[in-house]
Write a protein that binds this ligand. Structure first.
Ligand code: UTP
Length: 287
């Protein structure tokens, strides 16, 4: 079996972000900031650190701020230069010309549909999918790529959650376990309470073979009437190697208010510049 390298990453950013209204009424959820960077930047940096060469955004209406974020801001740069200010905070955000690539999902029909919208750019090679509202600290995609280079096929994130949380996620029916890799026997999207095959959910990181696009061509709907990526991936099991990978690091679900506040607090505490002052502030407020 030849294992093709993962060079491309798809970032589905066309969702409506209804759990975060009113903040996301006029602003993309992916532009919400954790300390001083928008969520999308953490995800793009994670992908670049994993060796990804081409960034593909699946966007929708009202997502223009995302494109501007990765572009040159001529006025800002010229003014800052003229005033002798350092451009360090913005210089490395800009990607090489021609990347990112933007494709449009005209209607938010589900994550599977969003990924399918990138099919012409992905072409016939393995690719990664990163959901930017899940903020990972510790190089999740890099660890997954390393595991993929050993086993090939499809490798998706696998994370243990409390039993009463499984109904919110795609869940893995696990087979044999080998270190951080777990064989995937089946996948279920949002199982009814009490019916989940395990408490291993899929956080928003995937390395997939291009055949998943042919399955998504059928536009079959699943849980919530949406075209689900989980259902399409499930059809690859048995045809190609399929593993879950348990990450050695931290995950914050920033699509949810509690996870978002936790991410801001944790990443602020991690920082050398403001960490000690934030810790002191938190201590005073908790007393
Ligand atoms: P979510 O399930 O978090 O949906 O999508 P959402 O619309 O962003 O947020 P809520 O639930 O209404 O608050 C997971 C990821 O898939 C993308 C989202 O942008 C997010 O990154 N997505 C989802 C799409 O790009 N298109 C879709 O049709 C659905």
């Amino acid at each position: 079996m030849t294992i093709q390298p993962v060079r491309k990453a798809v970032f589905p950013v066309a969702g409506l972000g209804t759990r975060f209204l009113p903040a996301t009424k006029a602003m993309p959820k992916e532009m919400l900031t954790v300390v001083d960077r928008p969520l999308i930047q953490y995800a793009v940096e994670e992908a670049l650190e994993a060796g990804i060469e081409q960034i593909i955004f699946v966007t929708g209406r009202g997502k223009g701020a995302l494109e501007d974020h990765f572009d040159v801001s001529f006025e800002l740069e010229a003014t800052m230069k003229a005033r002798g200010k350092s451009l360090a905070a913005i210089e490395n955000i800009r990607q090489t010309p021609g990347s990112p690539v933007y494709v449009r999902q005209q209607e938010p029909l589900g994550l599977g549909h969003a990924v399918w919208c990138a099919r012409h750019i992905v072409g016939d090679e393995p690719f990664a999918v990163l959901l930017p509202d899940e903020l990972m600290v510790g190089g999740f995609l890099r660890q997954m790529v390393e595991a993929y280079e050993r086993v090939g096929g499809n490798v998706i994130g696998a994370l243990e959650v409390p039993d009463d949380q499984t109904h919110k996620y795609g869940v893995i029916d696990p087979g044999a376990r080998d270190g951080r890799l777990t064989e995937v026997k089946a996948l279920v999207e949002k199982p009814a309470a009490g019916s989940a095959p395990s408490n291993l959910m899929i956080p928003g990181r995937y390395i997939l073979q291009p055949e998943v696009m042919r399955i998504l061509d059928a536009h079959e709907t699943g849980a919530g009437g949406e075209i689900q990526l989980t259902d399409a991936m499930a059809k690859l099991i048995g045809r190609q190697p399929f593993h879950g990978f348990t990450f050695d690091g931290r995950r914050y679900d920033c699509g949810d208010k509690l996870g978002f506040v936790q991410a801001n607090l944790a990443l602020a505490l991690d920082r050398e510049d403001i960490g000690p002052a934030v810790a002191e502030f938190a201590r005073l407020h908790l007393n």
